[in-house]
Design a protein around this ligand. Structure first.
Ligand code: KIV
Length: 272
């Protein structure tokens, strides 16, 4: 599907809620740069997440922790320049909102003002209640993120499935309700049991977007580089790869190398 600027209506947070209420699933993917965002947007994705997974995918870090606010704003503004239709949501990076609600507000405003994105995502529940409220009170749409929250990886110690026990599941359910009450427009739930995803999604009116949260939630998000098979090593059970671009790109690049070495490229056709 190709979407053209003149005819397209932009997706809003309000529309996402309507999609949930009429049972239409929401499709969300990551993008960190202009070229990828153009492809993702034109293919009809509803929400583009400028995720702090850019720290892993773009910069090669082991975790999402090192990426800075300035770097997130750079990625987000590149994405915003590419889109016609998608809603663009940006992760507030680790260390830019946990200190105080004032810091959270300042970071969120910088993201919206300097990148032109439409909303922010923040990891956590009760512990960041004040920050979420303050950002929302400035009119910035906030998406929550619960379950496996990669910014807390050193607290968890592992990337394993979260909320398998009753206590953690109950905390998650009450955090979801809290985020809805505060006014979040949606929540990402990462790596939790599918039946918990179902319970949560049925208990709130805002969209629940899953990544490893099973099929019963209101939409799905994946890291684009993972689902296109560009990243090679990352193969969690929740990931479905829709292409093997790593192989295709490697093949194309080695063909280029061979043709440059042999003198077959450029030919007269590619010359002036
Ligand atoms: O940073 C990211 O890409 C994310 C998704 C995995 C939900 O937060």
């Amino acid at each position: 599907m190709s979407v053209h600027k003149e005819t397209v209506k932009r997706i809003t947070t309000h529309q996402l809620k309507e999609m949930k209420s009429r049972g239409e699933k929401i499709a969300m993917l990551t993008a960190y740069d202009f070229s990828m965002a153009s492809i993702v947007d034109a293919a009809g994705i509803d929400v583009i997440l400028v995720g702090d997974s850019a720290s892993n995918v773009m910069a090669g870090h082991e975790t999402t922790l090192p990426i800075t606010l300035d770097q997130m704003i750079y990625h987000a503004s590149s994405v915003v320049r590419a889109i016609n239709r998608s809603l663009v949501i940006v992760d507030i990076p680790f260390g830019s909102y946990q200190g105080s609600s004032r810091e959270a507000l300042k970071s969120a405003i910088r993201i919206i003002k300097e990148s032109g994105a439409h909303g922010v995502k923040m990891e956590g529940g009760k512990e960041i209640e004040e920050s979420v409220s303050r950002v929302l009170s400035a009119g910035v749409p906030v998406m929550g993120h619960l379950g496996l929250t990669p910014q807390s990886i050193y607290k968890f110690g592992t990337y394993t499935v979260r909320a398998k026990d009753k206590e953690e599941a109950e905390t998650l359910v009450s955090d979801v309700r809290l985020l809805e009450e505060l006014g979040c427009f949606g929540i990402v739930l990462e790596k939790i049991p599918a039946n918990l995803g179902k319970v949560v999604s049925e208990s709130v009116s805002i969209p629940i977007i899953g990544i490893g949260a099973g099929p019963f939630v209101d939409g799905q998000v994946l890291v684009t580089h993972d689902m296109l098979g560009i990243t090679k090593e990352f193969k969690p059970r929740f990931l479905k790869t829709y292409a093997n671009l790593n192989e295709k790109m490697s093949e194309a690049i080695s063909n280029y190398v061979n043709e440059v070495k042999s003198g077959d490229f450029p030919s007269l056709k590619e010359s002036y």
